[in-house]
Design a protein around this ligand. Structure first.
Ligand SMILES: C[S@@+](CC[C@H](N)C(=O)[O-])C[C@H]1O[C@@H](n2cnc3c(N)ncnc32)[C@H](O)[C@@H]1O
Length: 219
C-alpha cells in the first residue's frame, strides 16, 4: 500500500493507523487493491465504486486473493451505507478527486464512527491552478482563479477542488478536525508514470498533491 503520485508507503505515513479489526471503507475503490491489502492485514474493508467495469476487475482480484472484501456499487456522494458504521473512510486518488466534496465530506462524516478518520490523497489546489484544462499539462503559471475553485472540467473528466480555507471550513462544518496535511514533494530527479519529467520538476517547487487526514470528533 503506497500513497499518491510518489508512492509513499503506508507503513511510513501510517495514515490509516493499525487496521487490524477495524472497519474501513474505500471510496472509489477501483480494482480494490488497497482494500484487499488491508484485509490481508486483518481489517474488515469494504470497497465502493460507481463503475461496473472497475467493480468487475475488483471482483476478480478479491476472488483471487481469497479474502472477504465486500464490494458495493454506489455513489460516494450518496453512500448506501448506515450511519456510524466505519472506523476509517479513505481513498488514494479515488472518489474524493472526482466527486463534489460538498456531498462526499458530509457523507463520509455520517458513516464514520466518533473518533473515526477520513484520509484521502488527491490533487492540491496548486495542481488545479497550474494545470492547463485543455491540454492537461501542468506548467509553472497560475492560470485560474483560486477563489473560483470547485468543479473543474478537463474535457475528458471532471475533478473537484476547494481552496485550503474551503476544505478546512467544510471539515469543521461536518465535525471533522484536521490532523495532518501531507504536501508531497518528490526527491530530486524522482520519476513517476503519472507526471512528465518537467511536471515532476515543478512538483519540487509547488506541492501538486495533498494527503488529508481528518478525524471525526467525539471519542
Ligand atoms: C483513479 S481511480 C482510483 C481507484 C483506486 N484508488 C485504485 O488505486 O485503483 C478513481 C475511482 O473512483 C471511482 N469513482 C468516480 N466517481 C465515483 C463516485 N461518484 N462514486 C464512487 N466511485 C467513483 C472511479 O470509478 C474509479 O474507480
Amino acid at each position: 500500500m503506497a500513497w499518491g503520485v510518489w508512492r509513499i508507503p503506508e507503513l511510513r505515513l501510517r495514515a490509516l493507523g493499525d487496521p487490524r479489526g477495524n472497519d474501513l471503507l474505500e471510496l472509489g475503490c477501483g480494482a480494490a487493491r488497497w482494500s484487499i491489502a488491508l484485509a490481508r492485514r486483518g481489517a474488515r474493508a469494504v470497497g465502493i465504486d460507481l463503475s461496473p467495469a472497475q467493480l468487475a476487475h475488483a471482483v476478480r482480484l478479491v476472488r483471487r486473493s481469497g479474502r472477504n472484501v465486500p464490494l458495493v456499487r454506489g455513489d460516494a456522494e450518496h453512500l448506501p451505507l448506515r450511519d456510524a458504521s466505519f472506523d476509517t473512510v479513505f481513498c488514494d486518488w479515488g472518489a474524493m478527486t472526482f466527486c463534489d466534496p460538498l456531498r462526499t465530506v458530509p457523507e463520509a462524516a455520517r458513516v464514520l464512527r466518533p473518533g473515526g478518520r477520513l484520509v484521502f490523497a488527491t490533487a492540491s489546489p496548486f495542481r488545479n491552478l497550474l494545470q492547463d484544462r485543455r491540454t492537461d499539462r501542468m506548467g509553472r503559471t497560475l492560470r485560474y482563479d483560486y477563489f473560483g475553485l470547485h468543479r473543474i472540467d478537463y474535457g475528458n473528466e471532471v475533478n473537484f477542488q476547494l481552496t485550503y480555507g474551503g476544505w478546512i471550513r467544510l471539515f469543521a462544518e461536518n465535525g471533522l478536525v484536521v490532523e495532518s496535511l501531507t504536501e508531497t514533494r518528490p526527491a530530486p530527479g524522482a520519476k513517476t508514470p503519472y507526471l512528465s519529467p518537467s511536471e515532476s520538476r515543478t512538483a519540487r517547487h509547488w506541492p501538486v498533491e495533498a494527503i488529508w487526514q481528518v478525524r471525526k470528533a467525539g471519542r
